[in-house]
Design a protein around this ligand. Structure first.
Ligand SMILES: Nc1ncnc2c1ncn2[C@@H]1O[C@H](COP(=O)(O)OP(=O)(O)OP(=O)(O)O)[C@@H](O)[C@H]1O
Length: 231
């Protein structure tokens, strides 16, 4: 569960203050699928980065699975991030020099799982994304949709409580995008929370909740049509 209370974020560059996120309250229960929409520069990535412990918030409280993350030291925070959060990016962010198996293995090694536990997790994750037969391939030998599946396998192999996806289908054609959306829905149905930034209203509608961010203000929306009307 993610619990944010009066959370806000300001960036300071030289003497300029940018209030990227205005204070907001938000609770996301375990197992929810939440879409985040909003115009360019509105604060979506900042929100996702704070949720994923990649960025510090400047005010308020953030608890991830009952732990107050603002009290954590850097090392403790990265270990907690690695355990609790899976990331999926628009540009896949796979390591080109490593085959699929080793790409998925990287974050698991960091968590010091033993060899057989890692093998079990990698094999299962590759099966779930439909790439079991490709473990020795390299990212460049795969289509964009397949590369995103590897990134999803890497995210789920660690059994995170939440997956944060920043425009996961932004670089894919519509058929591949549909495949990735149904995979994300399957993973969500197994209990993993998903928070997905998207510019695609049809995709946003597939989530159980839609949050719109505009000029740093977060608002809950019942429908994207309503969000567009406010934009
Ligand atoms: N590291 C930073 N330093 C200073 N300002 C920043 C930094 N990161 C983001 N901002 C500012 O915070 C605001 C929100 O940016 P953010 O990247 O979160 O928007 P976004 O909604 O994700 O945009 P897009 O859809 O274009 O990716 C913008 O005004 C941006 O310029």
């Amino acid at each position: 569960m993610l619990k944010m209370h009066r959370l806000a974020k300001a960036f300071y560059t030289e003497n300029i203050k940018t209030q990227a996120l205005q204070p907001f309250d938000l609770i996301i229960e375990q197992g929810e699928f939440v879409s985040v929409i909003g115009p360019s520069g509105s604060g979506k990535t900042t929100f996702l980065n704070i949720a994923g412990l990649l960025e510090e918030h400047s005010e308020g409280l953030y608890e991830l699975d009952g732990q107050d993350v603002s009290k954590m030291k850097d090392k403790q925070k990265s270990a907690y991030r690695n355990e609790k959060v899976g990331f999926i990016f628009q540009s896949f962010n796979l390591i080109p020099e490593l085959n699929l198996y080793d790409n998925i293995d990287m974050p698991l090694r960091y968590r010091k799982f033993n060899h057989s536990e890692r093998h079990k997790r990698i094999t299962h994750a590759l099966e779930q994304v439909g790439l079991a037969g490709r473990k020795n391939h390299y990212p460049s030998q795969l289509s964009g949709g397949q590369q995103q599946r590897v990134a999803i396998a890497r995210a789920i192999a660690g059994s995170p409580s939440v997956i944060l996806a920043d425009e996961p289908t932004g670089n894919l054609d519509s058929k591949m995008a549909d495949g990735i959306m149904s995979l994300l829905k399957d993973i969500n149905a197994q209990g993993t929370s998903i928070i997905m930034v998207t510019h695609d209203n049809e995709q946003a509608e597939q989530a159980s909740r839609i949050i719109q961010i505009k000029d740093g203000y977060l608002n809950e929306c019942e429908h994207t049509a309503k969000a567009i009307a406010y934009a």
